[in-house]
Design a protein around this ligand. Structure first.
Ligand SMILES: Nc1ncnc2c1ncn2[C@@H]1O[C@H](COP(=O)(O)OP(=O)(O)OP(=O)(O)O)[C@@H](O)[C@H]1O
Length: 228
């Protein structure tokens, strides 16, 4: 589903963010990408989205080699990947329902489809009752659920979350992780870049650890640290 083949990314002249990375993620997997600040997690995410180009090596997503995607087709590539961020990135002047609907509008979906789908997806993330609230009327965890609903409403085959629980307390984080797990169980490939040690240890999923741009550990049912 996602393949990095000997990928190196150098920013500027000599800032090596990724150093000969090989990584394969199969369809339907749930993978944590862990590592200290600056280890290269966000760079990997941005390469997958084709926001950046690798300095060397090749990347395949959904069976498509990214270097072969022409610029005009990049938006379609990005639509196949739902994205969730630490800071939610919701539109403050739109309700929860409108935020989700907007994501469908910009991809040209029909009004009727939007009317049907938005309540369904808000129910799925446990926010059926909060549809008409604005982001500032929602808790951090609820805002993150809206952003997951928005990322998932087009049913992309891949969902990427970059520090999805970075702004949330531990209890709320568990709920967000359970939701990502549920989305994974429906068949979505989920990649979560995180520092959240507790969550990684509880979930017992595949853990890929980066250190200075290299994959230093890849465990099937791993923990955040070596000894777990
Ligand atoms: N635009 C850029 N220009 C130059 N160097 C960069 C740029 N973006 C990232 N880097 C460097 O590349 C390395 C990897 O950064 P990256 O943001 O991928 O790490 P990260 O693991 O996502 O960190 P964090 O957890 O803090 O987000 C770091 O050394 C960083 O300083």
């Amino acid at each position: 589903m996602i393949n990095f083949n000997n990928v190196t990314k150098v920013y500027g002249k000599d800032s090596v963010a990724l150093d000969h990375v090989d990584l394969g993620i199969d369809p339907g997997e749930f993978v944590f990408l862990v590592g200290a600040s600056g280890s290269g997690k966000s760079t990997m995410v941005r390469l997958i989205l084709k926001e950046l180009e690798p300095s060397a090596g090749s990347i395949t997503v959904n069976g498509v080699r990214l270097s072969g995607i022409p610029r005009r087709s990049v938006p379609r590539h990005r639509r196949s990947i739902g994205c969730v961020f630490q800071d939610f990135k919701l539109l403050p002047n739109k309700t929860a329902a409108e935020n989700v609907a907007y994501a469908m509008e910009v991809t040209g979906q029909k009004r009727r489809a939007i009317r049907v789908k938005v309540p369904q997806i808000l129910d799925l993330v446990g926010l059926g009752e909060q549809a008409e609230k604005y982001p500032d009327q929602l808790s951090g965890g609820e805002q993150q659920r809206v952003s997951i609903a928005r990322a998932f409403v087009g049913q992309p085959p891949i969902l990427i979350a970059d520090e999805p629980t970075g702004n949330l307390d531990p209890d709320t984080s568990v709920g967000i992780m359970q939701l990502l797990h549920r989305i994974n169980r429906i068949g979505t490939t989920v990649l979560v870049a995180t520092h959240d040690r507790e969550m990684v240890d509880v979930m017992r999923k595949r853990v890929v650890a980066l250190e200075d741009g290299r994959v230093v550990r890849d465990m099937v049912k791993g923990g955040y640290a070596n000894e777990v």
